[in-house]
Design a protein around this ligand. Structure first.
Ligand SMILES: [Zn+2]
Length: 81
């Protein structure tokens, strides 16, 4: 079998590569392809978008005056500008 690290040909029974010492019993490392990236990023963007609208909706349900996101200055006269 071929070493995945250095392409050295080794005996099938070999446990480690005779040139670089890589463990040949270990399965090859998995690298995500562009499809995996597209699917994962799409899922993350979908979740973030849904979460944004859910939080926006939830904040609108708050009773007055807590629904206000920007507090007017006349509500906080103790805060000097
Ligand atoms: Zn090797």
């Amino acid at each position: 079998m071929k070493c995945l690290n250095c392409q050295q040909e080794n005996k099938d029974a070999a446990k480690v590569c005779k040139r670089c010492g890589r463990d040949l019993a270990m399965p090859p490392a998995w690298f995500p392809d562009w499809k995996w990236h597209a699917r994962t990023l799409g899922l993350i963007y979908a979740c973030v978008t849904v979460l944004y609208f859910a939080v926006d909706f939830a904040l609108r349900q708050l009773p007055k005056p807590y629904h206000i996101r920007r507090i007017p200055a006349e509500m906080t006269p103790w805060l000097k500008r």
